[in-house]
Design a binder for this molecule. Sequence first.
Ligand code: SF4
Length: 183
Amino acid sequence: MKTVLNDLVKEALELNATHASIVEVAKIPFSEDFRKQCEQNSCGCYDKNWMCPPAVGTVSDLIRRALSFKQGLLFQTVHQLEDSYDWEGMQEGQANHEKVFRKLLEHVKHEDIFAQILPLNAGPCMYCAKCAYLTGEKCFFPDKAISSVEAYGIDVMNLLKHYEIPYSNGPNTVSYVGLILFK
Ligand code: SF4
């Protein structure tokens, strides 16, 4: 088991994650306050995606679900921007982070030693160009849909701090975090 976990960290770093660590779910800090930021629509995705609030479920149910897992792979990708207003660079960074996330998720699934996996990423599910939620249809790809760490009430800043990963990585960079829980 230890070798598999070490390999996951190694794989994340080989895929250009800047930081990666195996985390214990018991050490993940949760706070329902982060869900309030979703409800205040601070990222503009509230009520627009099956994997975001309110459709994804209540925060208490999601925290309970996350706590049923044992460990996870936490990783962060860092992307260079031209300047702090480089919106295109941020979007490109997010798309690159998504590619790393999906590759790592496939790797975790192929390990075949985990009975259950719960992938949580930065921001809303971006698998489809337009989420089915917007047209009142069922999720097109339930096995590919991924919720956000924020929807699960995870205090990302303190989680990173606990594992000695910087929350931000200097001027003119953007950082994204992924967390794949397993048991
Ligand atoms: S897989 Fe597609 S339809 Fe389902 S939550 Fe993600 S973006 Fe929406």
